[in-house]
Design a protein around this ligand. Structure first.
Ligand code: F3S
Length: 639
């Protein structure tokens, strides 16, 4: 039986498991990428493994998120990232060079390769046929150490494109259409593989818009074939030697097929505050627009910004409308400059920003209070723009530019003749000399750590017996935000575990940290759905630093449970939920860890002899990881 593209790449990289949907597989990873917000922790974890040089074909460290330097913390992070990259064989991209996904597509991604990145929009590289997935920092660190990346074998769903985009519809409208149909939960456990005649009508940058925002479907990733258009793109990037054809076999099978006729699409927009609240642009005609922002890893390519310049040429923005433009890379910026497209942008009144994420994460460019902002980005969650009550709409660059000029939503039928498809100029400037390539021998590189960069401590193995007090009892639905609040002041401490740990449960019980400091170890007792919310590793790392040895709950969220395992904290569930009421803060528990078996039940005894049954759903490997004191220790033993 023939294979689809996803199966071809997976079978060529499979080191563990079988290609049966839902079962765990281990993949050899060819390339990794990190960005600065998640990168510092990934490299601290890599350092803790004691490996000299990354084992991947290519690893790149990009600085694109926290590029504002309004104090020592961000520049110190950048300095650490530069030196740790040189030491361990990683390519470094300095602040301002561009946004990680745009740069990776232009310079490094290759068809048929596996790529994981500590950023959820890593699937952008699927636009030229890489199997590219977003992952946690520790997974990226492990991949750099040569360890396989484990995922459940995804289901592969074909998205069959027919016809051709017409009028003002763009590739952004293809992914917005899919989001409207499938919702933000529609892609869990799925790889969306694009095929059909319509694929030929889309350039690599257009395909990358779709695979980038496929992340909003919750998908494992999205991927396009590698064909003539891929070859043309790589040729324009002066690396045609990286091209190889990658297409599905004619008898390939798929779990499902979704059909989209491109000729039927029209300009769409996702309404606040979810990327799947999709309606037509024309249906909102008359709604006032205060701001547009064009850029981000979704829509900041040369064709996106040249189109914008052609729309803005000889036009002037209305008073009170703010239009920001951030090129995805210096290569894009240089092309616009050499082709004469910067002047029309500036003359229209638009603001040209640095080649970074910028307004996408509220790093400048926040809208006015209750303002309407039309952005070409991929996410419009409440407050993400930096203005809590702003209303952010997601759309194509064409739509964002047209609406900014009008100062309100208008019907695309009134926009005049659509801009024709844009090709790369004959001469595409290179910016490859701006990357800092690691020396052959990194041993002599001096690591520079500012005061905000603190090496990871090594954690001890699980003792044979836990004898600790319950130092915190919390109720149901404790989120990772309860465990470790977000916010600029706290996240700036992301590379300093002792400092960030001071905030653990700070908004739930301000004395918890001091109680932990006064005890050698402690246990947390929780209710239902403990640890729901984001995947932040620090919500497990912080408690571990403080000495938490076990979390005993009524039930637990999946990702937080995995993080507890990774950092060596026992995730236990009360066999009888009613025992929750028999335990209180200050209860002392004794539990023989040598009696814990994978998926088994153990007894914890209180000081007055009460027997509390606790169970676990750990696999053999997960239990071994906890016994070793966490994943870093466990992997260290195998290396
Ligand atoms: Fe950056 Fe926003 Fe993309 S933060 S990586 S531009 S989603």
């Amino acid at each position: 039986m023939g294979l689809n593209i996803t199966e071809k790449i997976i079978s060529a990289h499979l080191v563990d498991g079988k290609m049966e949907p839902g079962t765990e597989i281990g993949l050899r990873i060819d390339q990794t990428l990190t960005q600065d917000a998640t990168g510092t922790m990934a490299y601290l974890q890599f350092e803790a493994m004691g490996i000299e040089k990354v084992q991947t074909e290519l690893s790149v460290s990009y600085v694109d998120h926290n590029t504002l330097q309004m104090g020592f913390r961000n520049p110190d992070d950048h300095q650490y990232l530069r030196t740790v990259a040189a030491k361990h064989g990683v390519v470094f991209s300095p602040a301002g060079t561009g946004i990680c996904h745009q740069l990776h597509l232009e310079n490094f991604a290759k068809p048929g390769k596996t790529l994981i990145g500590s950023d959820s929009h890593t699937p952008t590289a699927g636009g030229l046929g890489s199997l590219a997935m977003g992952a946690g920092g520790l997974s990226v660190a492990l991949a750099m150490a040569g360890q396989p990346y484990s995922i459940p074998m995804p289901k592969v769903v074909k998205v069959e494109l027919s016809g051709k985009l017409t009028g003002w519809a763009t590739s952004k409208d293809i992914i917005l259409h899919l989001l409207g149909e499938l919702t933000v939960k529609g892609g869990v456990g799925i790889v969306f593989e694009f095929g059909g005649e319509g694929v030929k009508t889309l350039s690599v940058p257009e395909r990358a818009v779709i695979t980038n925002m496929g992340a909003e479907l919750g998908a494992t990733t999205s991927i396009f074939p590698s064909d003539e258009n891929t070859r043309d793109f790589l040729k324009a990037m002066d690396r045609v030697e990286d091209y190889s054809e990658l297409v599905a076999d004619t008898d390939a099978t798929y779990a499902d097929t979704i059909k989209i006729d491109l000729s039927k699409l029209e300009p769409l927009v996702a309404q606040p505050h979810m990327p799947d609240r999709v309606v037509t642009v024309k249906s909102l005609a008359g709604l006032k627009v205060n701001q547009s922002a064009i850029g981000s890893c979704t829509n900041s390519s040369y064709s996106d910004l040249k189109t914008t310049a052609l729309i803005l040429k000889d036009q002037q923005l209305p008073q009170g409308v703010d239009l920001m433009i951030s090129p995805g890379s210096k290569q894009v910026l240089k092309m616009l400059a050499s082709e004469g497209f910067i002047a029309p942008l500036l003359d229209s009144g638009a603001r040209l920003l640095e080649c970074t994420c910028g307004p996408c994460i509220g790093m400048g460019g926040s809208p006015t209070s209750a303002g309407v902002s039309v952005r070409t980005f991929n996410r419009n969650f409440e407050g993400r723009s930096g203005t809590q009550d702003a209303k952010v709409y997601l759309a194509s660059p064409q739509t964002a530019a047209k609406l900014a000029l009008a100062g309100e939503f208008t019907d695309p039928a009134s926009w005049g003749t659509p801009i024709e498809k844009i090709d790369f100029p004959a001469e595409v400037p290179s910016i490859r000399h701006l990357f800092i390539y690691p020396p052959e021998n990194g041993a002599e590189v001096e690591l520079v750590r500012g005061p905000n960069i603190v090496p990871l401590e090594s954690f001890s193995a699980l003792p044979d017996e836990i004898s600790s007090e319950i130092l915190l009892k919390v109720g149901d639905d404790i989120t990772t935000d309860h465990i470790l609040p977000a916010g600029a002041q706290i996240t700036a401490l992301r590379s300093n575990i002792p400092a960030i740990s001071e905030y653990i449960f700070s908004r739930v019980d301000e004395n918890f940290v001091s109680r932990m400091k006064n005890s050698e170890s402690g246990i947390i007792l929780g209710g239902e759905n403990y640890g729901q919310g984001s995947s932040r590793e620090h919500a497990a790392l912080g408690p571990r630093h403080l000495g938490v040895v076990a979390v005993i709950v009524k039930s637990m969220a999946r990702i937080h449970r995995a993080n507890l395992v990774n950092f060596g904290i026992l995730p236990l569930v009360l066999s009888q939920k009613s025992d929750y009421d028999r335990l209180s803060e200050g209860s002392h528990l004794t539990l023989k860890t040598t009696e814990i078996t994978p998926g088994g039940e153990t007894v914890a005894t209180t000081a007055d002899g009460l027997q509390i049954k606790v169970k676990n759903d750990l696999s053999e490997k997960e239990l071994a990881i906890i016994i070793a004191g966490g994943l870093l220790n466990y992997v260290g033993k195998q290396l």
